[in-house]
Design a protein around this ligand. Sequence first.
Ligand SMILES: CC(C)(COP(=O)(O)OP(=O)(O)OC[C@H]1O[C@@H](n2cnc3c(N)ncnc32)[C@H](O)[C@@H]1OP(=O)(O)O)[C@@H](O)C(=O)NCCC(=O)NCCS
Length: 168
Amino acid sequence: MRTDVKLYRLNQRLLAELLHAAVTDADPLEVMPPVTGPSGWAPKRRAAFVQFHEARSLSADPLETTFAITVAEQVAGAARLCPLDGQPGTAEAGVWIGRAHRGAGVGTAVLELLLNRASAQGFTTVYVSTTPDNTAVRSLLSARGVVLVPDGDALTAHIKLITDPPVA
Ligand SMILES: CC(C)(COP(=O)(O)OP(=O)(O)OC[C@H]1O[C@@H](n2cnc3c(N)ncnc32)[C@H](O)[C@@H]1OP(=O)(O)O)[C@@H](O)C(=O)NCCC(=O)NCCS
């Protein structure tokens, strides 16, 4: 497992570095919801990326926790944990990594770090959803023993976290 991969809670400084990583090394649709307008990283889409994270993770009442992923202390992507409505104790996980860092074990390391963070935040289950064509996600989950099941057009899994038994 790579040891140069870390997660840091997002803040305004890291958000600026995350925007740079996204613009230089990822497709908008890999890292944020669709925004109307010209394709690519037009100014409107860059602003929407910043507003998206400010609203969801950096507001006084955040909807989710976002982490900047760093590789050798350089921001290389983002990971998030979002509490699922109607499923107490369950967080949905999301991850994207810049192209230059893909296929080199970063995603595998991030999954372990993110599950640890989820456990530390008190979640007991992490929900993941992907598409059948996402070979990388399927491989990294399969390598960890996670079985994805079809759910409509998606493949999903509920990963149970190991929690310490209460002290007697
Ligand atoms: C999905 C993603 C997070 C995986 O991270 P990564 O750092 O590339 O993953 P790893 O290098 O740890 O590889 C994990 C497994 O996927 C395989 N893999 C990686 N990229 C692959 C590719 N393009 N095609 C096929 N297999 C791939 C690796 O070989 C490895 O499998 P193995 O353990 O059997 O060898 C990253 O590719 C990404 O950010 N993609 C774009 C955004 C995205 O799809 N996010 C997830 C949405 S659910």
